[in-house]
Design a protein around this ligand. Structure first.
Ligand SMILES: [Zn+2]
Length: 283
């Protein structure tokens, strides 16, 4: 602080009547290093205009991206927080509360009911900002509820994953969500309701090893990392160098693990076509 910032600037601001310019107007692309104006980045659906890198976005931004604006959020079930009384550097219960405050949501998954143009859908979407999108009991319950809502409304289910895997603070209770969510997804088959899985950056661990890979159609967002274990762990285990694009969405498409790789700007239109096609024989 000096005479200019303490005295001259407030005086000038008082005269001009302008608010201080926020210093967080810019975002740096972590792939090409380009400085991007946040407003422009948002207009471009959070995709770098220089290198096409798809930035990670929140669950709310995902819903806004694919659904018509009049969608409604569905409450996710309440669960008993921290049954194992887990503690590392911080108590798990405190950690959860901090994330709830930061992300303004109950846990990592947001549920919504809405329309993609004319098509009614239920959407469950992970928020990677909430504890790395880790799947614990709350996420498991949310997926089960999402499947129930799709059954009730007789409409397709879309799950958008962005997750580091099972939530270690919940131990075996988190791992149990893998079979639970699979059973929930499988219940849609009886009514022949379509289930579309969208894998975004990153989709790994227990999420990729359960419902995320069971979509009737599996869409991967461009450039997303999708896998089970991290590539460094695999390299150290098999003592081999992995290909450069290993675990990237295009590589998975090439190997038949996903059906299509979609650019974010085409996601809604692609989903509409898929949902319309898959729903054509629904009663
Ligand atoms: Zn870039």
């Amino acid at each position: 602080m000096n005479w200019i910032t303490n005295f001259v600037r407030p005086k000038l601001q008082a005269i001009v009547g302008k608010k201080e310019v926020p210093d967080n107007l810019w975002e740096t692309c972590n792939v090409c290093g380009q400085m991007l104006l946040k407003r422009e980045l948002e207009k471009n659906l959070f995709v770098c205009k220089s290198c096409d890198n798809h930035f990670r976005i929140s669950a709310k931004q995902r819903l806004d991206l694919i659904l018509n604006p009049d969608y409604s959020l569905i409450d996710t079930p309440e669960i008993k927080i921290d049954p194992l009384k887990f503690k590392d550097k911080k108590k798990y219960s405190e950690r959860i509360k901090a994330y709830q405050k930061k992300c303004n949501q109950h846990d990592t998954i947001l549920l919504a009911s809405g329309f993609i143009n004319q098509n009614n859908v239920i959407v469950a979407v992970f928020d990677f900002n909430f504890m790395g999108g880790s799947m614990g009991m709350a996420a498991g319950e949310a997926i089960v509820k999402a499947a129930d809502c799709a059954l009730e409304k007789n409409c397709p289910l879309i799950i958008i994953s962005a997750s580091g895997g099972a939530r270690m603070q919940e131990g075996i209770l988190a791992l149990m969500q893998m079979p639970r969510t699979i059973i929930a997804i499988k219940s849609l088959e009886k009514k022949r309701l379509p289930y579309v899985s969208i894998l975004t950056d990153p989709t790994t661990g227990g999420v990729s090893a359960s419902f995320a890979m069971l979509g009737d159609i599996i869409i991967a967002e461009k450039g997303a990392i999708i896998g089970f274990a991290g590539s460094r762990v695999i390299e150290e285990t098999i003592k081999e160098k992995l290909p450069q694009n290993f675990q990237k969405s295009d590589y998975l498409k090439e190997k038949g693990m996903v059906d299509i790789v979609v650019h974010r700007k085409n996601l809604k239109i692609s989903l509409e076509k898929i949902i319309r096609h898959l729903s054509s024989n629904l009663e």
